[in-house]
Design a protein around this ligand. Structure first.
Ligand code: EPU
Length: 302
């Protein structure tokens, strides 16, 4: 979708919003898949209510992009524009046990920064790509921990009230890869309350998680992490592996040989290829195990 209206372009500039026309989302997603649209980059949280009102008035649909690391975007010309936060500098400020983090901050760098100041708890998340906002929305977790545990406060734009609001941790429910945020809420910033731990000890935990991840996940390849959620008490990766589906491909979309719940883009896979592979694997697991797998990856299609 293209924004061409001169008046609107002026209004966006007045709000301090940077327009990057005809952006290929394949360059902004870890899968390397996704069509083209205008990207609106936001440097100032306070401009968001005004921006969304303008888009509404001009009947321009929109979506929020975080780090693009858990996302499958459809091909071709996209029927909505994409909004993205630009991280401020610095994007993490510490105050005792509290880390004030901008949602656009990189998750891995945040974990490392806190670790260097003897604040731990999030070691398991070190290899998880993406932004803090994306991790928060999905309640990202690994190796027995999840980010929700440490959330004290979240600043967000609430689509329902069209305002920037602050929620306390206890007002938000964090479940396995699910939170009580509405789909069109936009994460802006979070305060994490982290336990004290000596840097050396945190580093040991980080090294162990890194090693486990390196040995079991296809880290150097284009992927969106795990494609399916684990059903209660079972492992999607193990089921897909046991059905002998590693290496199964549609075009350049392929079930990883290393971890069967990672689907990789080995070249120029399209969203159509990846969606066909997801549907095929889901059907085979349904037939083989009687289990309906749910997507863990977020899919943007019309
Ligand atoms: N397994 C296989 N074959 C495979 C993959 C896994 O047999 O191809 C077996 C493993 O041997 C293990 C079991 O399945 O016994 C579970 O595998 P793993 O430890 O790799 O964990 P997972 O359940 O597949 C979850 C998260 C990951 C997270 C890891 C580590 C989900 C959907 N996935 O994977 O998160 O990194 O645990 O904690 O919850 C993600 O969210 O994108 C993601 C990758």
């Amino acid at each position: 979708m293209r924004i061409n209206d001169r008046k609107l372009l002026t209004q966006l500039a007045e709000l301090g919003v940077e327009l990057r026309p005809a952006t290929k989302l394949s360059e902004w997603t870890s899968l390397g898949i996704g069509g083209t649209t205008d990207l609106l980059r936001i440097s100032n949280h306070e401009s968001i209510p005004g921006l969304l009102q303008l888009l509404d008035e001009n009947q321009i649909p929109h979506k929020f992009l975080g780090g693009g690391s858990n996302l499958l975007v459809e091909d071709g010309e996209l029927p909505w524009v994409v909004l993205q936060l630009v991280p401020p500098q610095p994007d993490v400020v510490l105050e005792g046990h509290l880390a004030h983090v901008d949602a656009a901050g990189d998750l891995g760098r945040t974990v490392t920064f806190c670790a260097k100041h003897d604040l731990g708890g999030m070691e398991g998340l070190i290899g998880v790509p993406g932004t803090v906002g994306g991790a928060l929305r999905m309640n990202a977790g690994a190796y027995g921990m999840q980010i929700g545990t440490y959330v004290r406060e979240v600043k967000l734009y609430r689509a329902a009230t069209r305002q920037i609001e602050t929620l306390r941790g206890h007002q938000i429910s964090f479940e396995y890869r699910h939170t009580s945020f509405a789909p069109d809420d936009m994460m802006l910033a979070v305060i994490l309350e982290l336990p004290s731990k000596p840097y050396n000890e945190i580093l040991k935990g980080i090294r162990i998680c890194n090693e486990k991840r390196r040995s079991s996940q296809p880290l150097g390849q284009k992927s969106a992490g795990c494609i399916f959620k684990n059903p209660p008490g079972a492992s999607a990766g193990r089921m897909i592996d046991e059905l002998g589906l590693k290496g199964l491909s549609v075009g350049d979309a392929r079930v990883s040989d290393r971890h069967a719940n990672f689907f990789v883009n080995t070249g120029h896979a399209s969203a159509k290829d990846m969606l066909a592979l997801i549907a095929d694997v889901r059907e085979r697991v349904q037939k083989g195990y009687g289990v309906g797998l749910e997507n863990e990856v977020v899919v943007w299609n019309a």
